[in-house]
Write a protein that binds this ligand. Structure first.
Ligand code: NAP
Length: 265
């Protein structure tokens, strides 16, 4: 299957600027690559030094790309990110709040530290990223959050993660209401099982990850994982094409969250 990103030209995003949190691997990186291929200038963030270095290598010495170490859980880092964006981009056309972590833990095993970390990155960090970067956004700009299909319903071992993303989705609605008068659209992409280096579960053991892959292919009506590029296309659609859409949630999940009943094999 061809999941390559197609664009009208190499100039599709020329003059556009984007900040992508959690852009060093996976879907954030795919979105950054598509934007850069279309001529945009992009700042992307991450925290793990190995991933930061790999992203710098993957993007090459492009003047339009900046890979920044910035912890989504640190308000000081978010302030520094906003200052860098102001200095080097001037304004922000797309703020893609994508950084997130997930752990697979039955509720009995959840620790206070793990609970706080998940909410600090996925929810609090997302909120303050918008608060600090919104002043750089002009009418016509947009914000896209990466939530998850797990932002509604219940899934074994994902209680805390689901709650962080449900809160994130709620924040997106609030921001959409507060920013609509300034001409800024705010939308959410909710991926299902996506084939990224971590599958979104960075701390999983290889055995847990293999089981997670098996489960995803089994319960997804399309019987496969999505690709990072498929999510990137949805993000870019919401960001630049969906000009009459705000406060919306777009699922990219192979039908997983749609209550479909495919024929049994
Ligand atoms: P991922 O492994 O979940 O990591 C996403 C990015 O977040 C990485 O660039 C990572 O960078 C960054 N990140 C993690 N903690 C951070 C922190 N404290 N500060 C700054 N950056 C941080 O990759 P992914 O699978 O592409 O997931 C992207 C988003 O989609 C996440 O929000 C995830 O929850 C969500 N999601 C994923 C799936 C899936 O199946 N893959 C499904 C639904 C939703 P470093 O490693 O360098 O810190």
């Amino acid at each position: 299957m061809n999941t390559t990103l197609h664009h009208d030209s190499h100039t599709r995003y020329r003059g556009k600027t984007a900040v992508i949190t959690g852009g060093t691997i996976g879907m954030g990186l795919a979105t950054a690559q598509a934007l850069l291929a279309g001529g945009a200038r992009v700042i992307l963030t991450g925290r793990n030094p190995t991933n930061l270095e790999a992203a710098r290598r993957a993007l090459g010495p492009q003047a339009q790309a900046q890979v920044l170490a910035s912890d989504a859980a640190s308000l000081a880092d978010i302030d520094a990110l906003a200052a860098t964006a102001r200095e080097t981009l001037g304004h922000v056309d797309l703020l893609h709040v994508n950084a997130g972590i997930a752990t697979l833990e039955p509720f009995e095993q959840v620790t206070e530290a793990g609970y706080d970390r998940a909410f600090a990155i996925n929810t609090k960090g997302a909120f303050f990223t918008v608060q600090k970067l919104a002043p750089l956004m002009k009418p016509g700009a947009s914000i896209v959050f990466t939530s998850s299909i797990a932002d509604e319903g219940g899934m074994h071992g994902m209680g805390v993660y689901s709650a962080t993303k449900a809160a994130l989705r709620s924040f997106a609605s609030g921001f959409a209401a507060e920013l609509v008068g300034r001409g800024i659209r705010v939308n959410v992409v909710s991926p299902g099982f996506i084939d990224t280096p971590t599958l979104g579960v960075a701390d999983a053991t290889p055995a847990e990850r293999a089981e997670f892959v098996r489960l995803g292919d089994q319960i997804t009506p399309m019987r496969r994982h999505g690709s990072a590029e498929e999510v990137a296309r949805a993000v870019l659609f919401l960001a630049f094409d969906a000009t009459f859409t705000t406060g919306a949630r777009l699922t990219v999940d192979g039908g997983l969250g749609q209550n479909l009943s495919p024929a049994h094999e």
